[in-house]
Write a protein of this length. Structure first.
Length: 114
């Protein structure tokens, strides 16, 4: 399978991420990761995310273009959203801008531009 090229750019505007009715993060410093024909993924600076709600899940994946991703589960009032966030804590050179950022699974949380 051919590798898809990645493109990282500033995501203009104010972005918010919500889970279980709570705001987990809000930022004007988001990055957008575009990879081939996949839907772009918004990444939030860790400093703009309530990391106390996230717990490392133990799951990791390896992407030859971006590096190793570490996954997090999100604790809400009523449930735990398993592997609902991920971070490239030691990204590849090509994805270096993603260091200290975290992305969220849009099937489990709401990520939107306000």
């Amino acid at each position: 399978m051919p590798q898809r090229a990645i493109r990282i750019r500033n995501a203009e505007g104010l972005w918010v991420v919500r889970a279980g009715g709570a705001v987990l993060g809000e930022t004007r410093a988001a990055l957008e990761l575009a990879e081939g024909d996949l839907k772009p993924v918004i990444h939030f600076p860790r400093e703009d995310v309530a990391m106390a709600f996230l717990e490392p899940s133990g799951q990791e994946t390896l992407c030859p273009r971006k590096g190793r991703a570490r996954y997090y589960s999100i604790h809400t009032k009523s449930t735990v959203l398993q592997n609902a966030a991920w971070s490239y804590e030691a990204p590849s050179e090509e994805a270096a801008r993603l260091r200290d950022y975290i992305a969220f699974d849009p099937l489990q949380v709401t990520v939107e531009k306000l």
